[in-house]
Design a protein around this ligand. Sequence first.
Ligand code: P6P
Length: 342
Amino acid sequence: MKKKHITLGEFIIENQKHFKYTSGELSRLINSIRLAAKVVNHEVNKAGLVDILGAAGEVNVQGEAQQKLDVYANDVFMQTLVNREIVCGIASEEEDDFVVIEGKENTNENKYVVLIDPLDGSSNIDVNVSVGTIFSIYRRVTPVGTPVTKEDFLQKGNEQVAAGYVVYGTSTMLVYTTGHGVNGFTLNPAIGTFYLSHPNMQFPENGNIYSINEGNYKQFGQGVKEYLKYCHLDNPAENTPYTARYIGSLVSDFHRNMIKGGIYIYPTSTKAPQGKLRLLYECNPIAFLAEQANGKATDGYRRIMDIQPTELHQRVPIFCGSKNMVTKAEEFMAQFPDEANY
Ligand code: P6P
């Protein structure tokens, strides 16, 4: 009998073998993210009805207070993770500090921490452009049974045990890695089930799509400016000029580039001297996915996942996508090493 598309649940069970030393906690953690993604998807998909349902901060027709969707998404992911009693701490773009999660009898027996951007690009919702959730999972480094500390969250990206995103687009997909490649699952909204639609996703090593906000050109450093001039050159031998595609939603640009080939850049600028994207819950998970998909992710000079975090919400510049495109961009950045000291 022809093998049907397997579901995310079946995939997790089949790949349990990779986590032989865990008691299925990581699998249960991925499952809880699956549930939260479906709940958020339902809300995001009806966001267009805001005039009927009531804008954020107002009361909707059912008399319920409407939350801003990124606050709503944060609440859904936090609540789902807490209810499943799988993690001992959560850091979120929507929370100033990390949140200690205590199980029953105030214990902290769970060994994973989650860092999350619950709804990246949420300003795009009002104009019906795709948005995404980005998550990163680590084993705690402080003793099990004690409350988590900042040290559990300030780990290098190399220590991630899993990372992924949900893209709420023309279809809703959950794309994640546990260090054994990248797999994409598409939601069938009719039955609320994710099916494996994109097995073993890989960045093409080359591509001709570049994603950057060129409106900031004047604020960029010389290395980025020289690279952009290269992208614009009419040079068939270098497959230029490239095509500019910038959605304003990291997850969507990254997802398209992973399928078609391309590079996404959010560099430092005079307007954003540290860059804009957050290291812990945007750049590190995206970098883990990029490298697991045969791509590359650096700050223009060094691997994103080698950077030692110092603050929960710190920003770093990011160049990520097709390996050879990132390497070419780094050749221009290397001519201006002073820009590495952001
Ligand atoms: P800009 C969305 O706010 C985001 O974090 C990414 O998803 C997106 O790529 C970027 O910022 C857009 O930023 O400055 O170009 O509007």
